[in-house]
Ligand binder design. Structure first.
Ligand code: SAM
Length: 384
């Protein structure tokens, strides 16, 4: 790791530092776009708010043809972390060390650091407030969050269950607070990309890609951006289909974003899809980490889950929640008294609101599948 950290100061020299005359007047997204262009990258898109909640993302600035390029990022601007199977903690530590050791590079990468969310603004498993976890109404999900947070804290303290680096030695006396370490761990976990290693066969590595990491996730049916690496090692974001000016540019992060318990856990967002999708926890495997054991076609006519037993299982699950969907909706609509009544406290913060919205979407999906199975089973009876 040291060789890699020391060895790429040449990278720093290749990236231009010159910015506009008065950078204080320009927002961080614009600075980022200009910085990429000044370094022989290509930017044909805009960064800004993409929905009413103020979510930041990327938009098309003109009509685009299929395969048209929205961003080209020279290799030198990408930050190659470690293998994908290393923990986010280890990747974060490696990055923090590189920033500290390679000071020129750290300064030159300034526009990128500025474009990233500030400490305290990320909502992921690393940063969810423990006191709000009961709002999830899922003990195993809450437990997974606590285990992750304990692991991160343990790594920082120098305990290292599965990690080979000695954090204290790596940091060479630098002070690093738990909050800061959690922040960088969350960033690496939710902003880095995975690509095949150019040097080693069968190895995937984690890579941070300025600007690319401002693209939001869209399920495969909505995603309009593909991401690839060309022969020169540059990174390219290109249109998967014709796109209209002003449309949000989204790409499919990975499978775990397609079910709300998983996207909430790993990325801190949920999606209100039509039709609704069951949480991974509500599939027969009941496994938060398993995104692929079952899919929607299993619930179609003749599918392996289109059975009376499965309908009963989903009904029991729905009935097992301590509140109903209408109660959750009232709670979100501002009925603080309802929360107090249920011993849950008021819904004030953004994360708490998201946790309640999560369980609303979860219950809605359960009801959707129960009704779907009921219709199918009725149909079976009619045929007899
Ligand atoms: C790689 S970043 C994308 C850029 C991010 N929106 C930003 O402004 O920095 C991933 C984060 O964006 C948000 N995000 C991505 N896709 C989303 C979606 N479909 N709906 C809501 N939030 C999303 C989540 O907070 C997620 O952790």
């Amino acid at each position: 790791a040291d060789a890699a950290i020391d060895g790429d100061s040449s990278e720093a020299n290749e990236i231009q530092t010159e910015m506009l005359k008065d950078p204080s007047e320009i927002d961080s997204a614009t600075k980022l776009l200009m910085w990429i262009q000044q370094n022989d990258g290509l930017v044909d898109c805009q960064v800004g708010e993409v929905n009413a909640e103020g979510l930041r993302g990327v938009r098309a600035q003109r009509d685009m043809q299929q395969h048209q390029v929205a961003v080209k990022l020279p290799k030198v601007m990408a930050i190659t972390l470690k293998e994908w199977n290393k923990t986010s903690e280890e990747n974060a530590l490696w990055l923090l060390k590189k920033k500290a050791v390679n000071k020129d590079w750290n300064v030159i990468m300034g526009p990128y650091w500025e474009s990233l969310p500030k400490q305290g603004t990320l909502n992921t498993k690393e940063t969810f407030p423990r006191s709000s976890l009961s709002l999830l109404q899922d003990d195993s999900m809450a437990a997974f969050v606590r285990v992750h947070q304990d692991f991160t804290a343990n790594v920082l303290r120098g305990g290292k269950p599965h990690i080979t680096t000695d954090v204290r030695a790596e940091l060479e006396g630098q002070e690093l607070s738990l909050e800061e370490f959690k922040h960088w761990t969350a960033l690496v976990a939710s902003y880095a990309f995975t690509f095949p290693d150019e040097d080693k066969n069968d190895t995937q590595i984690r890579i941070m890609l300025p600007l690319f990491d401002l693209l939001n996730h869209g399920n495969p049916d909505k995603a309009n951006m593909g991401i690839m690496r060309d022969e020169e090692g540059s990174y390219i974001a290109y249109a998967l289909r014709p796109i209209k000016k002003g449309e949000e540019l989204v790409h499919a992060y990975n499978k775990v974003c397609e079910r709300n318990d998983q996207s909430l856990f790993h990325y801190g967002f949920i999606q209100d899809t039509d039709p609704p999708r069951l949480a991974a926890l509500d599939l027969p495997s009941g496994n938060l980490y398993d995104a692929v054991a079952y899919n929607e076609t299993d619930y179609e006519e003749g599918g392996r889950l289109a059975t009376a037993e499965e309908k009963k299982r989903l009904e029991d699950l729905l009935a097992s929640f301590p509140t109903t969907q209408p109660e959750d909706e009232k709670l979100i609509a501002g009925g603080g008294w309802m929360g107090s009544l249920l011993g849950q406290g008021k819904i004030t913060g953004e994360v708490e609101r998201m946790f309640v919205r999560f369980r609303i979407l979860r219950k809605r999906a359960l009801r959707y599948y129960i009704e779907k199975l009921a219709r199918q089973l009725q149909g079976d009876k009619a045929e007899l």
